[in-house]
Design a protein around this ligand. Structure first.
Ligand SMILES: Nc1ncnc2c1ncn2[C@@H]1O[C@H](COP(=O)(O)OP(=O)(O)OP(=O)(O)O)[C@@H](O)[C@H]1O
Ligand SMILES: [Mg+2]
Length: 418
């Protein structure tokens, strides 16, 4: 429904734009026609006057030729006296209300030879003598002349104030509309994301809650009867699921705190190699459970950074979580640490589904999930990487990604070392 309405509105506006252009064009044509008529009448009256001044009443002057949109060529073929032409020109132009600057060019008998060119700067009422040169025209030589209005187009457009105003108003309306549409689309996307998020949260939180409740019920029912090995198994389930729950709630809360700018980091000197080993130890079980492997090459010789150990561990966990979740077959994850000139590089590489190039720039956006919503068979909030990026930035670090679909992904973190 929304897209139909949007399409109709865009079509209507496009129609209006076309109409506006056509109206503008035809209004311009009418104005131009009027101007041409005025010039034609003035030049006709001028040639009549010129012939009359010579006492010639028999000759007929050929129609005026428009050499260009603003140039009017008069096929006069009679001798011209500059002074008479000048005064009659000004008289006739003034009489026909033509006060636009124009150029007068007089052509000699041989085609194309210019005898004289003059520029009338303030229209027909005054002329610029400085550019005039010699005004003595060869006597009794047949001559033609052409009048050009360099500012004709600007003058016509300038006279169409109403049209220009309406075009501006229309453009303002158009940009407002575009702005509204963009905003509306953002809102729509956000509300879709929210629905997705609600579905995901429900699923993500319900699974551990259900597991915990089943395991604890079994434990309760079997108190005294169950052997130690079994009860430890159920207790472990509760412990693991609770940890998962805690991590998820923590992640949502921390992202919200980051958003509000209320993230308080407690920075201490942290040995990245040790921290990575610790996170891996906790994570190893999960990977082994899926018959995968998680290896590390901790090659950094200067591994100490000034950072918040809790958040740093969380971001490693979040990246490992992704590496595992988005490896549909047996996960094969490698973590490496190396030193650069001034800092430490931590790379987490997997051989999972990879991320398409065109969506790579979105994955750090809040709630963004490639192939969003219920279509996704792997659940999540779309918050993990947002959190990771926020924490990395809060530590003045850098995060980068290289990934190829079906080949795997490699996230690299960079922090300055102490
Ligand atoms: N290692 C990876 N391999 C393939 N795709 C990935 C990987 N890491 C992230 N992605 C893609 O980026 C998206 C965003 O990741 P992010 O960690 O922010 O959210 P999530 O994993 O979907 O949810 P959660 O909030 O639970 O972490 C994921 O939905 C996934 O499509
Ligand atoms: Mg994630």
């Amino acid at each position: 429904m929304f897209s139909i309405l949007l399409g109709a509105a865009v079509l209507a506006l496009a129609g209006l734009l076309v109409l506006q252009t056509i109206w503008f064009r035809s209004a311009y044509n009418v104005e131009e026609q009027q101007f041409d008529n005025k010039v034609n009448l003035a030049i006709r009256a001028l040639t009549d006057d010129l012939l009359k001044a010579e006492g010639d009443s028999a000759s007929v002057i050929r129609p005026i030729v428009k050499k260009a949109t603003n140039a009017y060529y008069v096929d006069f073929r009679h001798a011209l006296s500059y002074n008479i032409l000048d005064s009659l020109l000004r008289k006739n132009f003034a009489r026909h209300d033509i006060d636009l600057p124009f150029e007068l060019t007089i052509y000699g008998a041989q085609p194309g030879t210019i005898v004289l060119g003059n520029y009338y700067s303030l229209g027909a009422t005054s002329k610029d003598h400085a550019t005039c040169g010699s005004r003595a025209l060869p006597a009794s030589t047949p001559m033609d002349f052409m009048i050009t209005f360099p500012g004709k187009r600007a003058d016509i457009v300038g006279g169409m104030k109403f049209w220009i105003l309406s075009a501006i108003v229309f453009l303002v309306v158009l940009s407002l509309f575009a702005f509204l549409v963009i905003d509306l689309m953002k809102q729509k996307k956000l509300s879709e994301i929210r629905t997705d998020l609600m579905n995901n949260i429900t699923h993500e939180l319900q699974t551990p809650i259900a597991n915990i409740s089943i395991a604890s019920e079994v434990l309760r029912a079997g108190t005294g009867k169950m052997d130690e090995h079994k009860s430890l198994h159920y207790a472990n389930i509760i412990y693991e699921e609770n940890r998962r729950l805690k991590f998820q709630v923590e992640q949502v809360l921390q992202t919200a705190l980051c958003e509000k700018g209320q993230l308080a980091l407690i920075k201490t000197e942290v040995n990245v190699n040790t921290l990575v080993e610790e996170v891996i130890r906790n994570f190893q079980l999960r990977v082994q459970h899926r018959q995968g492997q998680l290896n590390c090459r901790l090659e950094a010789t200067k591994p100490v950074v000034l950072a918040d150990a809790f958040h740093l561990a969380n971001i490693f966990y979040s990246l490992l979580d992704n590496a595992d979740k988005y490896s549909p077959d047996k996960p094969d994850i490698v973590i490496t640490t190396t030193n650069t000139l001034s800092g430490i590089l931590i790379a987490i590489a997997d051989k999972g589904i990879g991320i398409r190039r065109d969506v790579q720039r979105y994955i750090f956006d809040k709630f963004y999930r490639a192939g969003t919503g219920n279509m996704h068979d792997v659940k999540g909030f779309g918050l993990g990487l947002t959190y990771v990026q926020k924490i990395v930035q809060a530590h003045q670090g850098k995060i980068s990604l290289t990934s190829e679909p079906h080949q795997g992904s490699r996230f690299e973190l960079y922090f300055e070392t102490c």
